[in-house]
Design a protein around this ligand. Structure first.
Ligand code: TRP
Ligand code: SF4
Length: 333
């Protein structure tokens, strides 16, 4: 039986952090065994807000893909490509744009959030451009290009998948039943918080990068928030109020280790500094094989480029099949 199709992408914003790894990439790695998977760097989507700062785009694309490969995405099992290397997506975007009512894109909650952010800027960069308005249409083209069934995304992207479903339905009504109505598969985006207890994010300066060295990681872990009521190391601790460090233990430690940490903390037998030193070692131990793999790709970027070129070529073959059918249905010349 033919496998169902999954598509997902990320805007290439640079090196990824543990939130991406645990919440998104780990999930992708599991999916690649069960589905026909297409994973891509959404460099056109990056342009919607960063069109005036493109000098890092290429390196950022390589960086996210190196992180994916290091975490276990396997080009033998899934197709890994760059959005802008598939011009068929741009053509599909045109057809979908024609059938998308203006108020569907204006309703997009992400656009409203972005409008608020942009308003705080000055001059040229403060306006919403046509491309940004079209964000959900382009995303629909990404998804429909491979006639996908499921889209693994975070909760913040579900509104976009809804628009995609609406556009697919509208296309099918206008031109004939062809596209599947893709369903979201929710990622666990909040699996790990930042070192300060807020959402982990690159711009909040509270993240641990997949590509950080063991030393950098240990140093960062020492800054993690603990039980704020604890002043001396023999004060009795409250692991459940230890805002970050104990939560990390629960993610990276074995059940037994977590029990030991809890016990020693509650009895005042373990100081927070010592606890976080151990935690840093634990995290480093888990990440060591991933980092080793990443280092390999950093030293062999031509291999990453080869993977992207071959993946993009593969993706184009499927995209061309779909586009041929679409042109026929729309009755283009
Ligand atoms: N908008 C997504 C994000 O910011 C990235 C993306 C672009 C995407 N096209 C997609 C995700 C298609 C899934 C499917 O996270
Ligand atoms: Fe948190 Fe460990 Fe300190 Fe307890 S000892 S409060 S678990 S960092």
């Amino acid at each position: 039986m033919k496998k169902q199709v999954i598509v997902s992408g990320m805007r290439p914003t640079g090196k990824l952090h543990l939130g991406h790894y645990l919440g998104v990439i780990q999930n992708w790695v599991e999916l690649q065994d069960k589905y026909d998977c297409y994973f891509f760097a959404a460099d056109w989507h990056a342009l919607t807000t960063k069109y005036d700062k493109t000098e890092d785009l290429r390196q950022n694309t390589l960086d996210v893909v190196m992180d994916w490969l290091a975490c276990g995405l396997d080009p033998e099992k899934c197709v890994i490509y760059v959005q802008s290397l598939i011009p068929e997506i741009a053509e599909l975007n045109i057809y979908l744009g024609m059938i998308t009512p203006q108020n569907w894109v204006e309703r997009d909650p992400c656009l409203k959030d972005m409008a608020k952010i942009l308003k705080t800027k000055e001059g040229q960069g403060s306006q919403i451009n046509y491309g940004l308005m079209g964000y959900p249409v382009l995303m629909s083209a990404d998804i429909m290009m491979f006639n996908s069934d499921y889209i693994p995304v975070g909760i913040d992207q579900v509104a976009h998948i809804e628009i995609t479903r609406d556009i697919a339905r509208r296309f099918n009504n206008l031109y004939g039943e062809f596209f599947h109505e893709a369903k979201p598969l929710l990622n666990n985006c909040s699996l790990i918080c930042g070192l300060d207890g807020n959402k982990m994010g690159k711009s909040f300066n509270n993240d641990i990068k997949i590509s950080d060295t063991a030393e950098e990681t240990s140093k960062k872990v020492m800054t993690a928030i603990t039980d704020r009521s604890r002043l001396r190391k023999d004060d009795l601790g409250h692991p459940d109020e230890c805002e970050v460090a104990f939560k990390y233990w629960k993610i990276f430690g074995t059940e037994e280790e977590v029990q030991t940490v809890r016990h020693e903390c509650e009895k005042g037998l373990r100081g927070c500094a010592q606890c976080k030193r151990c935690l840093g070692d634990k995290i480093n131990e888990k990440l060591a094989p991933i980092r080793e793999k990443r280092k390999y790709y950093e030293q062999n970027p031509q291999e990453v480029e080869k993977i992207l070129n071959e993946g993009s070529a593969k993706a184009r073959i499927k995209a061309q099949e779909v586009l041929k059918e679409v042109r026929k249905l729309v009755k283009m010349y």
